[in-house]
Design a protein around this ligand. Structure first.
Ligand SMILES: C[S@@+](CC[C@H](N)C(=O)[O-])C[C@H]1O[C@@H](n2cnc3c(N)ncnc32)[C@H](O)[C@@H]1O
Length: 215
C-alpha cells in the first residue's frame, strides 16, 4: 500500500533537520517548568515499560530515563533516530510509525506522544489513539503534548532548514474526545500560554486506560 503523503513529507522534513534539532530544542527545556512538571507526574504514575512515540532525538526519552523510567523510543525519521542513538547510547530507539506500531497488544505501561501527533491530519487521529490504546496495559498511562488551537500551519522553514511540514493545532477538548473515544479516562490537562520561543498556547493531556475491574 502507498504511504500517505504526509508521512513521507514528515519523515523527509525531520531527516533534514535532525542534525540541528537536538542542539536547538534541548536547551529550551531548562526554561519549561510546566513541561517538566507534566513529565514528572507521568513518571511518578506510570508502571512498567514506557514507549516514547515520535521520540525525535530522544530529548524526552532521556529526561524520563533520568527520572528512573524504563523507556525506549520510536520515530518515523531515521535521521532523528540516528541522533537519538548518538545522544543516548544507553537507551533503545527504533524507526517506526505510530500509525502501526511494532509492539504487541497490552505490552507497555505508558505511552508518551510529545508533540508527535501534531503532524497527523485530524481525521486520522482516531487511528493513532486506537493504536496507543492497543499497546497499553489496563491501568496504563498516556501523556500527550500538543499545540493548543484550531488551525493548520504550513512550515516551509524550520530549525534553519527548508522543510515541508503541516502542523495541526488542536483544541484540548478535541484531544480529550479522541482519548475518550479510544477508551481512555482523562486524568489531567494543562494549557499554558506561549513562551517567547513559541507561536501559541501549548497543551498537555494525561489519561489512563481503565483497570479491568473498572471497565
Ligand atoms: C516536533 S518533533 C517532537 C520530537 C520529540 N518528541 C521531542 O519532543 O523533542 C515530532 C516528531 O514526531 C515524529 N513523528 C511524526 N509523525 C509520526 C508518526 N506517525 N510515527 C512516528 N513518529 C512520528 C517526527 O518524525 C518527529 O521526530
Amino acid at each position: 500500500m502507498m504511504e500517505p503523503a504526509y508521512l513521507t513529507s514528515t519523515r523527509a522534513s525531520y531527516d533534514t533537520v535532525a542534525s540541528s534539532y537536538a542542539s536547538l530544542v534541548r536547551p529550551m527545556y531548562d526554561n519549561k517548568p510546566f513541561d517538566r512538571a507534566m513529565l514528572a507526574a507521568f513518571a511518578e504514575l506510570v508502571d512498567g515499560p514506557v514507549a516514547d512515540l515520535g521520540c525525535g532525538t530522544g530529548i524526552v526519552t532521556g529526561y524520563l530515563a533520568g527520572l528512573g523510567v524504563r523507556v525506549s523510543g520510536v520515530d518515523l525519521s531515521p535521521g532523528m533516530v540516528a541522533v537519538a542513538r548518538r545522544d543516548h547510547p544507553e537507551l533503545e530507539f527504533s524507526v517506526g510509525s505510530m500509525n502501526s506500531l511494532d509492539l504487541a497488544d497490552s505490552s507497555v505501561g505508558g505511552v508518551v506522544a510529545w508533540y508527535s501527533i501534531i503532524h497527523t491530519p485530524v481525521e486520522l487521529l482516531p487511528e493513532i489513539f486506537a493504536e496507543f490504546r492497543r499497546v497499553l496495559v489496563p491501568g496504563g498511562h498516556l501523556m500527550v503534548a500538543f499545540k493548543a488551537g484550531d488551525e493548520i500551519r504550513h512550515l516551509a522553514q524550520g530549525y534553519g532548514h527548508d522543510i515541508e511540514l503541516d502542523v495541526y493545532w488542536l483544541e484540548p477538548d478535541l484531544v480529550a474526545k479522541l482519548a475518550h473515544d479510544a477508551g481512555f479516562t482523562e486524568v489531567a490537562r494543562l494549557v499554558r500560554i506561549a513562551d517567547a520561543d513559541e507561536k501559541g498556547p501549548q497543551g498537555y493531556f494525561l489519561a489512563r486506560v481503565p483497570d479491568v475491574d473498572e471497565s
